[in-house]
Design a protein around this ligand. Structure first.
Ligand SMILES: N[C@@H](CCC(=O)N[C@@H](CS)C(=O)NCC(=O)O)C(=O)O
Length: 257
Protein backbone atom coordinates (compact mmCIF):
# COMPACT_ATOMS: atom_id res chain seq x y z
CA UNK A 1 0.00 0.00 0.00
CA UNK A 2 1.34 3.44 -0.89
CA UNK A 3 0.74 5.86 1.94
CA UNK A 4 -0.24 9.44 1.11
CA UNK A 5 2.44 10.95 3.31
CA UNK A 6 5.25 8.54 2.40
CA UNK A 7 7.11 11.21 0.42
CA UNK A 8 7.01 13.57 3.36
CA UNK A 9 8.36 10.89 5.74
CA UNK A 10 11.08 9.96 3.26
CA UNK A 11 12.26 13.56 3.41
CA UNK A 12 12.36 13.73 7.22
CA UNK A 13 16.14 14.13 6.99
CA UNK A 14 19.14 11.85 6.88
CA UNK A 15 19.16 9.48 9.87
CA UNK A 16 16.01 11.02 11.37
CA UNK A 17 13.56 8.34 12.50
CA UNK A 18 9.87 8.89 11.79
CA UNK A 19 8.16 7.03 14.62
CA UNK A 20 4.64 5.98 13.67
CA UNK A 21 2.63 5.26 16.78
CA UNK A 22 -0.65 5.76 18.62
CA UNK A 23 -1.53 9.19 19.97
CA UNK A 24 -0.45 10.29 23.45
CA UNK A 25 -2.23 8.98 26.53
CA UNK A 26 -3.66 11.17 29.28
CA UNK A 27 -1.44 9.70 32.01
CA UNK A 28 1.51 8.35 30.02
CA UNK A 29 3.07 9.14 26.65
CA UNK A 30 1.51 6.07 25.04
CA UNK A 31 -1.27 3.53 25.49
CA UNK A 32 0.93 0.81 23.96
CA UNK A 33 3.84 -0.92 25.73
CA UNK A 34 5.58 -1.47 22.39
CA UNK A 35 5.31 2.17 21.27
CA UNK A 36 6.68 3.30 24.60
CA UNK A 37 9.50 0.77 24.34
CA UNK A 38 10.65 2.07 20.96
CA UNK A 39 10.34 5.74 21.89
CA UNK A 40 12.25 5.15 25.13
CA UNK A 41 15.02 3.39 23.22
CA UNK A 42 15.30 6.35 20.81
CA UNK A 43 15.54 8.76 23.71
CA UNK A 44 18.03 6.74 25.76
CA UNK A 45 20.36 6.53 22.76
CA UNK A 46 19.75 10.14 21.67
CA UNK A 47 18.58 9.17 18.20
CA UNK A 48 16.76 12.00 16.41
CA UNK A 49 13.12 11.22 15.79
CA UNK A 50 9.80 12.79 14.96
CA UNK A 51 6.41 11.34 15.87
CA UNK A 52 3.58 10.63 13.43
CA UNK A 53 0.26 9.53 14.90
CA UNK A 54 -2.23 9.13 12.07
CA UNK A 55 -0.98 5.87 10.56
CA UNK A 56 -0.14 3.72 13.57
CA UNK A 57 -1.64 0.57 12.06
CA UNK A 58 -0.70 1.19 8.42
CA UNK A 59 2.90 0.02 8.57
CA UNK A 60 4.54 -3.15 7.24
CA UNK A 61 3.16 -5.39 10.04
CA UNK A 62 -0.15 -3.52 10.46
CA UNK A 63 0.77 -3.15 14.12
CA UNK A 64 2.12 -0.21 16.07
CA UNK A 65 4.83 0.99 16.31
CA UNK A 66 6.77 1.14 13.07
CA UNK A 67 9.32 3.52 11.60
CA UNK A 68 10.34 5.19 8.39
CA UNK A 69 14.11 5.48 8.33
CA UNK A 70 16.02 7.00 5.42
CA UNK A 71 13.11 6.33 3.10
CA UNK A 72 12.38 2.74 4.14
CA UNK A 73 9.54 1.50 6.36
CA UNK A 74 10.29 -1.08 9.06
CA UNK A 75 7.91 -2.82 11.48
CA UNK A 76 8.23 -4.54 14.86
CA UNK A 77 9.72 -2.69 17.83
CA UNK A 78 12.49 -5.23 18.43
CA UNK A 79 13.42 -5.37 14.74
CA UNK A 80 13.55 -1.55 14.61
CA UNK A 81 15.73 -1.42 17.73
CA UNK A 82 18.17 -3.98 16.33
CA UNK A 83 18.37 -2.14 13.02
CA UNK A 84 18.93 1.25 14.65
CA UNK A 85 21.42 -0.12 17.18
CA UNK A 86 23.52 -1.42 14.32
CA UNK A 87 23.16 1.71 12.22
CA UNK A 88 24.10 4.06 15.10
CA UNK A 89 26.59 1.64 16.58
CA UNK A 90 24.97 1.66 20.01
CA UNK A 91 24.82 -1.24 22.44
CA UNK A 92 21.25 -1.55 23.78
CA UNK A 93 22.55 -3.90 26.49
CA UNK A 94 25.75 -2.25 27.69
CA UNK A 95 28.10 -4.17 29.96
CA UNK A 96 26.16 -7.42 29.81
CA UNK A 97 27.89 -10.83 29.93
CA UNK A 98 26.61 -13.75 27.84
CA UNK A 99 24.91 -15.04 30.98
CA UNK A 100 23.20 -11.68 31.51
CA UNK A 101 22.08 -11.75 27.87
CA UNK A 102 20.49 -15.17 28.41
CA UNK A 103 18.59 -13.82 31.42
CA UNK A 104 17.54 -10.77 29.38
CA UNK A 105 16.21 -12.95 26.54
CA UNK A 106 14.18 -15.10 28.95
CA UNK A 107 12.66 -12.12 30.70
CA UNK A 108 11.90 -10.47 27.36
CA UNK A 109 10.00 -13.58 26.29
CA UNK A 110 8.13 -13.65 29.59
CA UNK A 111 7.16 -10.00 29.22
CA UNK A 112 6.17 -10.06 25.58
CA UNK A 113 4.59 -13.53 25.52
CA UNK A 114 2.94 -13.52 28.96
CA UNK A 115 2.68 -10.25 30.83
CA UNK A 116 1.71 -8.00 27.94
CA UNK A 117 -0.93 -10.46 26.60
CA UNK A 118 -2.26 -10.83 30.17
CA UNK A 119 -2.54 -7.06 30.48
CA UNK A 120 -4.27 -6.86 27.08
CA UNK A 121 -6.78 -9.54 28.10
CA UNK A 122 -7.58 -7.76 31.34
CA UNK A 123 -7.83 -4.41 29.58
CA UNK A 124 -10.19 -5.49 26.82
CA UNK A 125 -12.10 -8.36 28.41
CA UNK A 126 -12.24 -7.96 32.18
CA UNK A 127 -12.36 -4.17 32.24
CA UNK A 128 -14.68 -1.84 30.39
CA UNK A 129 -14.06 0.95 27.92
CA UNK A 130 -15.45 3.47 30.45
CA UNK A 131 -12.77 2.42 32.96
CA UNK A 132 -10.18 3.91 30.62
CA UNK A 133 -11.80 7.31 30.04
CA UNK A 134 -9.38 8.99 32.43
CA UNK A 135 -6.28 7.58 30.76
CA UNK A 136 -6.79 7.21 27.04
CA UNK A 137 -7.37 9.91 24.45
CA UNK A 138 -10.64 9.54 22.50
CA UNK A 139 -9.99 6.27 20.68
CA UNK A 140 -13.12 6.08 18.56
CA UNK A 141 -13.89 8.47 15.70
CA UNK A 142 -16.27 11.21 16.79
CA UNK A 143 -19.05 9.95 14.48
CA UNK A 144 -19.39 6.78 16.60
CA UNK A 145 -21.90 7.57 19.39
CA UNK A 146 -20.65 7.03 22.93
CA UNK A 147 -23.15 4.23 23.72
CA UNK A 148 -21.39 2.18 21.04
CA UNK A 149 -17.95 2.46 22.65
CA UNK A 150 -18.48 -0.22 25.32
CA UNK A 151 -20.10 -2.42 22.70
CA UNK A 152 -17.05 -2.22 20.40
CA UNK A 153 -14.69 -2.65 23.37
CA UNK A 154 -16.61 -5.83 24.40
CA UNK A 155 -16.34 -7.12 20.87
CA UNK A 156 -12.53 -6.64 20.93
CA UNK A 157 -12.50 -8.22 24.41
CA UNK A 158 -14.33 -11.35 23.26
CA UNK A 159 -11.91 -11.74 20.34
CA UNK A 160 -8.92 -11.27 22.67
CA UNK A 161 -10.31 -13.88 25.09
CA UNK A 162 -10.81 -16.37 22.28
CA UNK A 163 -7.23 -16.13 20.99
CA UNK A 164 -5.47 -15.59 24.33
CA UNK A 165 -3.59 -18.50 25.95
CA UNK A 166 -5.02 -17.12 29.22
CA UNK A 167 -8.59 -16.89 27.96
CA UNK A 168 -9.86 -19.72 30.15
CA UNK A 169 -8.71 -18.15 33.42
CA UNK A 170 -10.96 -16.17 35.74
CA UNK A 171 -10.00 -12.55 36.36
CA UNK A 172 -8.58 -13.54 39.76
CA UNK A 173 -6.53 -16.41 38.29
CA UNK A 174 -5.19 -14.15 35.57
CA UNK A 175 -4.09 -11.56 38.11
CA UNK A 176 -2.46 -14.20 40.34
CA UNK A 177 -0.58 -15.65 37.40
CA UNK A 178 0.65 -12.20 36.43
CA UNK A 179 1.82 -11.59 40.00
CA UNK A 180 4.01 -14.71 39.91
CA UNK A 181 5.80 -13.39 36.84
CA UNK A 182 6.06 -9.84 38.16
CA UNK A 183 7.46 -11.24 41.42
CA UNK A 184 10.26 -13.00 39.57
CA UNK A 185 11.18 -9.67 37.94
CA UNK A 186 10.97 -7.97 41.31
CA UNK A 187 13.26 -10.57 42.89
CA UNK A 188 15.79 -10.24 40.11
CA UNK A 189 15.71 -6.43 40.38
CA UNK A 190 16.18 -6.53 44.16
CA UNK A 191 17.62 -3.25 45.37
CA UNK A 192 19.42 -2.47 42.11
CA UNK A 193 18.58 0.76 40.26
CA UNK A 194 18.29 -1.06 36.93
CA UNK A 195 17.96 -4.78 36.20
CA UNK A 196 21.64 -5.29 35.44
CA UNK A 197 23.10 -2.66 37.75
CA UNK A 198 23.66 1.05 37.24
CA UNK A 199 23.20 1.15 33.48
CA UNK A 200 19.84 1.07 31.75
CA UNK A 201 19.47 -1.85 29.33
CA UNK A 202 16.75 -2.98 26.99
CA UNK A 203 15.16 -5.05 29.76
CA UNK A 204 14.56 -1.85 31.76
CA UNK A 205 13.05 -0.26 28.68
CA UNK A 206 10.73 -3.20 27.97
CA UNK A 207 9.67 -3.59 31.60
CA UNK A 208 8.98 0.14 31.79
CA UNK A 209 6.78 -0.07 28.66
CA UNK A 210 4.69 -2.69 30.46
CA UNK A 211 4.68 -1.32 34.00
CA UNK A 212 3.71 2.13 32.73
CA UNK A 213 0.58 0.58 31.24
CA UNK A 214 -0.20 -1.09 34.53
CA UNK A 215 0.68 1.74 36.90
CA UNK A 216 -0.31 4.89 35.00
CA UNK A 217 -2.67 3.65 32.30
CA UNK A 218 -4.89 1.20 34.17
CA UNK A 219 -7.84 2.03 36.40
CA UNK A 220 -7.64 1.20 40.12
CA UNK A 221 -10.09 -1.66 39.50
CA UNK A 222 -7.35 -3.50 37.57
CA UNK A 223 -6.38 -6.56 39.60
CA UNK A 224 -3.04 -6.74 37.81
CA UNK A 225 -2.38 -3.17 38.95
CA UNK A 226 -3.39 -3.99 42.52
CA UNK A 227 -0.90 -6.88 42.53
CA UNK A 228 1.81 -4.81 40.86
CA UNK A 229 1.52 -2.13 43.50
CA UNK A 230 2.53 -4.65 46.18
CA UNK A 231 5.99 -4.84 44.54
CA UNK A 232 7.51 -1.56 45.70
CA UNK A 233 10.86 -1.95 43.91
CA UNK A 234 9.02 -2.46 40.61
CA UNK A 235 7.00 0.72 41.17
CA UNK A 236 10.20 2.61 42.02
CA UNK A 237 11.87 1.21 38.89
CA UNK A 238 9.03 2.47 36.70
CA UNK A 239 9.35 5.94 38.25
CA UNK A 240 13.14 5.96 37.85
CA UNK A 241 12.99 5.21 34.11
CA UNK A 242 10.28 7.86 33.73
CA UNK A 243 12.38 10.48 35.53
CA UNK A 244 15.56 9.68 33.62
CA UNK A 245 14.07 9.41 30.13
CA UNK A 246 10.97 11.59 30.20
CA UNK A 247 11.67 14.87 32.02
CA UNK A 248 8.98 16.28 29.69
CA UNK A 249 6.42 13.54 30.56
CA UNK A 250 3.67 15.98 31.61
CA UNK A 251 4.12 18.13 28.51
CA UNK A 252 3.78 15.09 26.26
CA UNK A 253 0.44 13.93 27.66
CA UNK A 254 -2.79 14.22 25.70
CA UNK A 255 -4.73 17.29 26.76
CA UNK A 256 -8.47 17.77 26.32
CA UNK A 257 -9.05 20.42 23.60
N1 LIG B 1 5.88 -7.62 18.01
C1 LIG B 1 5.27 -6.33 17.82
C2 LIG B 1 4.00 -6.23 18.62
C3 LIG B 1 3.30 -4.90 18.41
C4 LIG B 1 1.87 -4.93 18.92
O1 LIG B 1 1.34 -5.95 19.37
N2 LIG B 1 1.21 -3.77 18.81
C5 LIG B 1 -0.16 -3.67 19.20
C6 LIG B 1 -0.37 -2.44 20.07
S1 LIG B 1 0.33 -2.64 21.65
C7 LIG B 1 -1.03 -3.49 17.97
O2 LIG B 1 -0.65 -2.80 17.06
N3 LIG B 1 -2.21 -4.08 17.99
C8 LIG B 1 -3.15 -3.94 16.92
C9 LIG B 1 -3.32 -5.20 16.15
O3 LIG B 1 -2.59 -6.19 16.40
O4 LIG B 1 -4.20 -5.20 15.28
C10 LIG B 1 6.29 -5.24 18.22
O5 LIG B 1 7.18 -5.52 19.02
O6 LIG B 1 6.19 -4.12 17.69
Amino acid sequence: MVLAKQDEWNKAGLDVVVLHQFGRGKKAPNISPYCLKLETFLRVHKINYIVEEDNALNGPTKQAPWITFNGVNHGDSQGCIELLAEKFNVDPNPGMSDEDKAVYESFRAVLEDRLIPMMALERFYWLKCDDFKEVTPPIFPSMIPSFMHNFIWNHIGKGTKKTSPFGKLTHEELANKSLKVMKSLSQFLGSKRFFFGDQMTLLDIIVHGFTTQVYYMSPDSSKIKQNYETLQNMVDHCKTVKEVVYPDWEALLYKEK
